[in-house]
Design a binder for this molecule. Sequence first.
Ligand code: APR
Length: 242
Amino acid sequence: MDEELRAWVRSARAIAVLSGAGMSAESGVPTFRDALTGLWARFDPQQLATEAAFRRQPQLVWDWYAERRAALERVQVNAGHVAIADFQRRHPGRLTVITQNVDGLHQRAGSAGVLALHGNIAQDRWLDAPRACCNEAVLADGRPPRCGVCGNLRRPAVVWFGEMLPEAELTAAQAAAEACDLMLVVGTSGEVYPAAGLASVAGQAGARVLIVNPDATALDGVATRCLRATAAVALPALLDGA
Ligand code: APR
């Protein structure tokens, strides 16, 4: 590992990690902009991950999430998730994880205080504002659970295209981006805002911005340096022992 980059980590008072789907690629979780495989190859996530799609075809969207949830139960965190969690344990309060991922793998690796900007695929919430009758969903074999009285559906507690990000997480993420002196932008194409904008927020606040990605990204222009490497290889080399 480039000694200059390890010196950046050692000297950083506050580090922010902004992670995307590439963070979990070496755990076997397909990234968004990889071709969707198998049954879903004919769909574009933007066709499925919207409230309109869920209202139009609740079973299809529910099945897509059910398959992704089942797949996540079979994957393991990778050395990149572990390196971040271990660094947080050695240096409490010095590294903040901001993630676009809904897979919960940072949390599973032991990271604390993860700012999950796009929600968590393992959780559900009511599709419409819950009424007094919506106190428990009627689980229906394989169908989207619904309120037995008014039919209100349960939906995955993730941020769909066109939806607002959770305000508390976004505010905390912006504060972490402004306060850090090093931002590691790991495994994201940088195409989806406002998450992608956090790299510029950090850079404009004077932080060094290091992109960790085997490929070019839309954020390369705001990077101090780009490290053409994968998350599970680069992050242990950068963080372990620092
Ligand atoms: N290590 C690091 N980066 C990797 C790896 C790896 N092993 N494998 C792939 N990548 C990179 C790809 O080169 C790509 O730049 O990860 C990035 C994944 O980009 P996307 O698939 O666009 O995922 P992401 O940037 O997280 O998408 C952002 O868009 O679809 C919406 O809400 C969804 O959170 C998602 C958001």
